[in-house]
Design a protein around this ligand. Structure first.
Ligand SMILES: Nc1ncnc2c1ncn2[C@@H]1O[C@H](COP(=O)(O)OP(=O)(O)OP(=O)(O)O)[C@@H](O)[C@H]1O
Ligand SMILES: [Mg+2]
Length: 395
C-alpha cells in the first residue's frame, strides 16, 4: 500500500465532485503512472473514481430530478407509520399493497375500457414522457353514480403500475376543530409525497359539504386553499386519483387540478349481463335467465348486480331447485330501491302481466320459448295464455 494513498484517493474524489478537464487529465496521468510502476490496485481505485463521476455527469441534473418524480420516493412497507389525526388518533389513510389490489379491471363498455387502458399505458411510461417534455398527466378524477366500480377501478390502476395505494377518505380528514382539517390534509400529502405510491382521494365531494356545515367561512376557504396547494405540490411527485359521486359539488378550481376526468356510467344491458354472470360464478345460468335478471335490474349498477348475485346464490344453497323468477320476486320485495317500481309491482302481483311485459319489451327481445321455460311452462300453455291476454285486451 502506497503511503498517503488514502489521502490521495480522498483528494481525487472531492475534485471529481465538480470535475473539469484538467482534473480528469491529471487523475488519469496519476492512474497510468501507478499502473506502470505495478501499483495495479491503486490504479484501479482511481479508475473507479473517474468512471463513477463520469456516469453521474452523463445523467443531466434535470433527468436525475425527474426520474425521482414517479419512480422515486421511499418504499412503503407494512411497518410504515401512517399519519393520524392529532385529536382523535385515527389514521388519516389506509395503505393497500399491490398484493391486496384487484387483478381484474371492472367491467365497462369498450369505450371506457380503452380510455382507461390508455391512461394506464401513459402512466407506465411516465418518466420517458417527462424526459421528452411531453407533459404527461399525473392526476385523474373518476366520477359517477355510487356503486359503479370507481374505487375498484382506482385500485386496479395502482395494481397495473405496481404501486401501493394510500387511500384517504376526505370525510376522514375533516374535523370540527378549527385548523385540524387543514393540518390533516397537509400531513396526508406530506406522507404520500414522501413514499412511492398512488394517492387515492376517495369520496372527494366531502370537501364540498364543508360549505353547508356551520363552519366559519374563512376556515372553509383555508381548507380549500390547503387542498389546492397540496394538489399542486403533488403534481410532479406521484400519481393522484380523486373519486367522487357528486362532481357537480366540486369547486371548479379543484376540478381543474385533475389532468384527466373520467365519467363512469351505469352499465348498459350487455355489461350488466356480463357482471351478473361474473358475480354468479360458480353457479351457471342460461342466457335467458341472465337476461331476465338484467331486465329486472335495469338501470342498476355493478354493486346492485353483486348484491343480486349474492341473493341468488343464497337462495340456491337453501333450496337447490329454487326458480329464478321466484328468487327475483323475493329480491324485488326486499330490495325496493334496486328494482324499478313499475317492474316491481307487476312482479309481485301477476305472473301473466309479467310475462306480457317481458315479451313486449322490444329492447330485450325475449323469445316465447325462453319465457315459457323461465316460468316453468310448456310453450303451448304460454301460447294459449298469450291469446287469452290478447282477447281480453281487445274487449
Ligand atoms: N363495472 C364493475 N365491474 C366489476 N365490479 C363492479 C363494477 N361496478 C361495481 N362493481 C362492484 O361493486 C362493488 C362496489 O364498487 P365500488 O366500491 O368500486 O363502487 P364506487 O363507484 O366506488 O361506489 P361508491 O361511490 O358508493 O363508493 C365492488 O365490489 C365492485 O367490485
Ligand atoms: Mg367508492
Amino acid at each position: 500500500m502506497i503511503k498517503y494513498f488514502n489521502i490521495i484517493q480522498a483528494l481525487c474524489r472531492s475534485m471529481m465532485a465538480t470535475p473539469n478537464d484538467a482534473v480528469v487529465h491529471q487523475i488519469n496521468r496519476l492512474k497510468d503512472s501507478l499502473a506502470k510502476d505495478g501499483n495495479e490496485k491503486e490504479a484501479k481505485t482511481l479508475e473507479a473514481i473517474l468512471s463513477a463521476a463520469q456516469s453521474a455527469v452523463e445523467m443531466s441534473p434535470s433527468k436525475l430530478q425527474q426520474s425521482f418524480v414517479i419512480a422515486g420516493g421511499e418504499e412503503l412497507t407494512k411497518k410504515t407509520q401512517v399519519p393520524v389525526d392529532r385529536e382523535t388518533s385515527t389514521p388519516l389513510a389506509e395503505v393497500f399493497f399491490p398484493a391486496d389490489l384487484p387483478d381484474e379491471m371492472p367491467l365497462f363498455d369498450d369505450n371506457i375500457r380503452l380510455a382507461i387502458q390508455s391512461i394506464v399505458n401513459e402512466w407506465k411510461v411516465y418518466d420517458r414522457l417527462l424526459e421528452i417534455n411531453a407533459s404527461p398527466a399525473s392526476s385523474c378524477l373518476i366520477f359517477g353514480l355510487p356503486g359503479t366500480g370507481k374505487t375498484h377501478l382506482a385500485k386496479w390502476i395502482a395494481k397495473q403500475l405496481g404501486l401501493p395505494v394510500v387511500l384517504a377518505r376526505l370525510e376522514g380528514l375533516m374535523s370540527s376543530f378549527l385548523g385540524t382539517t387543514s393540518r390533516n390534509i397537509g400531513s396526508l400529502f406530506a406522507f404520500a409525497n414522501r413514499y412511492r405510491c398512488l394517492l387515492l382521494l376517495d369520496e372527494f365531494d366531502a370537501i364540498a359539504k364543508l360549505r353547508n356545515d356551520s363552519q366559519e367561512v374563512g376556515e372553509v376557504k383555508r381548507v380549500v386553499n390547503t387542498l389546492l396547494q397540496s394538489l399542486d405540490s403533488r403534481h410532479e411527485k406521484g400519481f393522484t386519483i380523486g373519486v367522487t359521486n357528486h362532481e357537480s359539488l366540486l369547486d371548479p378550481a379543484i376540478w381543474r387540478r385533475f389532468d384527466i376526468q373520467i365519467e363512469i356510467p351505469k352499465p348498459a344491458t350487455e355489461v350488466l349481463m356480463s357482471l351478473l354472470k361474473q358475480f354468479l360464478q360458480p353457479l351457471n345460468f342460461g342466457e335467458s335467465e341472465i337476461k331476465f335478471l338484467a331486465w329486472c335490474l335495469e338501470g342498476g349498477t355493478g354493486a346492485d348486480a353483486e348484491t343480486l348475485a349474492k341473493w341468488v346464490k343464497r337462495a340456491y344453497v337453501i333450496e337447490e331447485k329454487a326458480n329464478i323468477v321466484w328468487v327475483m320476486k323475493q329480491f324485488a320485495l326486499l330490495n325496493s330501491g334496486r328494482v324499478a317500481a313499475i317492474k316491481r309491482n307487476v312482479m309481485v302481483h301477476s305472473d301473466d302481466d309479467l310475462i306480457e311485459m317481458l315479451l313486449k319489451d322490444k329492447s330485450y327481445s325475449f323469445k316465447q320459448k325462453d319465457v315459457a321455460s323461465l316460468f316453468g311452462m310448456n310453450p303451448s300453455t304460454l301460447s294459449k295464455l298469450l291469446s287469452k291476454l290478447n282477447d281480453s285486451s281487445k274487449i
